[in-house]
Design a protein around this ligand. Sequence first.
Ligand code: ADP
Ligand code: MG
Length: 310
Amino acid sequence: MNSIRSSLDQFMKNKDWRRRYEELREEVLSYPKIQTFQQEHPEVTEEAMENNMMKLFEYKRERQNCDTCPGLENCPNMMQGYQPELYSDTGQLTVRYHPCRLKQQADEQKRQQSLIQSMHIPKEILEASFDDVEQDHASRLSASNACLKFAFEANPGEDATGLYLHGKFGVGKTYMIGAIANELVARDISSMIVYAPDFFREMKQALSDGTVQEKMDEVKNAEVLMLDDIGAETTSAWIRDDVLGVILQYRLMQKLPTVYTSNYDYDELENHLAYSQKGGIEELKAKRIMERVKHLTVPVFVDGKNRREM
Ligand code: ADP
Ligand code: MG
């Protein structure tokens, strides 16, 4: 009697298991990315699919997390920031894991940050968003529209046109470039925010440790370069002509956009660049740099109250 009972139990369990397996199989085979894979790889047989049902289930579970990505820090995948991909190796089905777009960007940023110390981004700027840019002022509205337009249309490699955000201290210029950087991430465009005074100081130091070229290359090649607070540094002829001038010339050739923030407008910055530490006045050289800056940026005046005094 007992043995019949246990066989029956076994049978019921089995039936339950079968039913669950069928459900799971249905779920797996109706997942759109798996269907697309099957269409693109007719050489992967039904049998191969059946034999790899658990692998496919795992693929679907992880890949679905990516479909509703909650950001790298909250990534629920088994290996944070890794995304599964299906492959057909001459009809054999395999699943491989790759770092996702966000993970690649974060790794790239870490690599750059270890090289360029002045590439520092305060946390509040990291979270900056156009949703929080107050439109309390007509000029602020047009400033944030110009920034949004750039964030939506920037096309590194094809068009070098950037922005020149100028206005008084504390009106939110740096905040706005943070918001641009965050919008660009959504378009898969990387940007590098460099605090200009620190960057120029760092470049001077790099002269003694031989890393000038390496650092220059990194900044020259940023998809979108943001030079924050240009004009707040003490200039030297070397910084102006051999650092800034060389970077701008290269970016012009490669059609890579540069965004500036400054307390100075174009004319004031030109004036600032003309006076080097050593007391010489080199108006022509300053003019040459500024012509490049003007030619490659849309000027954006940012007005408003000083938020640092609020
Ligand atoms: P600027 O670069 O023009 O000197 P900041 O961008 O540094 O000004 O802004 C000054 C302060 O105001 C910063 O602490 C910044 O985080 C804050 N801030 C600027 N714009 C906003 C905003 N839209 N929402 C919240 N905080 C802001
Ligand atoms: Mg600033």
